[in-house]
Unconditional design. Structure first.
Length: 111
């Protein structure tokens, strides 16, 4: 009798744990998707507006500095400043507002 009861309780606990686990997984997946969307967005912007000068893999070319490691040289704010205001041969205002921030954050992570 007691064993049976224990088994039922144990079984219920397992089911609860399984449900909890599944829920957590869904949340994780959702967060991952959101982050990915932002990344894809920044990447898309860079791929359409920046690679003509900075190289298809952001590896830099000629007088255009590489951006694939720019995070090791400049902070996110400094990158944002270059994007918004330009610097030397770098035209400012190619990307503005939220998009500029997203791109700056994305580039700042490239080290
Ligand atoms: C017309 C060509 C051109 C385009 C398009 C361009 N850049 Fe640049 N970029 C430059 C040049 C030239 C420099 C170097 C400026 C200097 O030496 O002061 C530069 C420098 C930079 C720097 C500073 C790099 C460092 O190591 O200091 C960042 C960050 C940057 N660009 C980001 C971007 C982003 C983001 C885009 C797309 C929105 C973009 N650039 C598009 C020409 C370009």
């Amino acid at each position: 009798m007691n064993k049976k009861l224990l088994a039922v309780i144990f079984g219920a606990a397992l089911m609860l744990a399984a449900c909890g686990g599944a829920k957590e997984e869904t949340t994780t997946t959702k967060t991952g998707t959101t982050t990915e969307t932002a990344t894809v967005n920044a990447e898309k912007i860079v791929n359409s507006k920046c690679i003509s000068c900075h190289g298809g893999n952001l590896e830099g070319q000629g007088n255009f500095p590489a951006l694939n490691n720019v995070g090791s040289r400049l902070s996110e704010n400094e990158i944002l400043n270059v994007i918004e205001n330009g610097r030397g041969g770098m035209p400012g205002g190619l990307v503005t507002g939220e998009e500029a921030k997203e791109v700056a954050a994305w580039l700042a992570a490239k080290k």
